[in-house]
Write a protein that binds this ligand. Structure first.
Ligand SMILES: NC(=O)c1ccc[n+]([C@@H]2O[C@H](COP(=O)([O-])OP(=O)(O)OC[C@H]3O[C@@H](n4cnc5c(N)ncnc54)[C@H](OP(=O)(O)O)[C@@H]3O)[C@@H](O)[C@H]2O)c1
Length: 177
């Protein structure tokens, strides 16, 4: 397994039962936790990332919010389809994750936010390209939904590097490989 020098961090919120979205892709259950005084380290994390990586389903959900929120950083969207490009900072790619990581490294990118979803994060994990998890567990059971990771066919042992609980009931857990 290759050891990348690009840090790819899966910073994500999930329900207690391991879902990142409802079956229909809805994430409105996260609204109650956003826009409050506590930003769960998001501002610092976002500033420290050089680039964003996401799967096409996550990109399509982002498109519904109108203007692209991350014009200041290059984004790679993994898709086999000819999706609408809403900002020049976005690159659509059908490449292999390893090849795209190499391309990003060649551009001097050192740290990337794996935005998700579970399918793309799962394929990065399987390829040995996911270096850290920052999972924010929301005190909510969804019952069904889109999983935190999918397409994972083997065990991956991780090291717990941090836990923090917040007054809102959210628990942050960080793991590295
Ligand atoms: N709670 C949170 O913090 C959070 C964070 C992120 C996302 N989400 C939610 O998660 C949902 C989407 O997650 P998802 O797991 O369904 O999809 P996803 O990972 O966003 O996208 C998967 C799609 O990406 C394309 N793709 C291209 N190359 C790929 C590769 N190497 N590996 C995997 N996929 C590849 C494929 O579609 P095509 O080739 O057909 O385009 C695939 O079906 C959305 O509802 C979003 O709102 C929640």
């Amino acid at each position: 397994m290759s050891v990348p020098s690009l840090d790819v961090i899966y910073y994500v919120a999930c329900s207690l039962d391991g879902f990142i979205a409802k079956i229909d892709g809805g994430v409105e259950w996260l609204d109650a936790y956003q826009g409050q005084a506590e930003d769960y380290g998001y501002g610092e994390f976002y500033s420290a990332c050089d680039a964003l990586i996401m799967g096409s389903h996550t990109y399509e959900v982002s498109l519904k919010f109108g203007e692209w929120p991350s014009k200041d950083k290059p984004s790679w969207v993994f898709t086999s389809r000819d999706l609408t490009l809403i900002d020049p900072s976005i690159t659509l790619t059908s490449g292999d994750p390893s090849a795209v990581v190499e391309e990003m490294q060649s551009k001097g990118i050192k740290r990337a936010w794996m935005m998700g979803g579970g399918k793309l994060a799962g394929s990065f994990l399987e390829a040995g390209l996911l270096t850290e998890f920052r999972v924010y567990v929301i005190p909510l059971v969804l019952g069904e939904g889109i999983p935190l990771l999918s397409g994972v066919s083997r065990e991956h042992t991780l090291k717990l590097t941090k836990t923090e609980s917040y007054p809102s009931g959210i628990v942050e857990m960080r793991y590295t490989r």
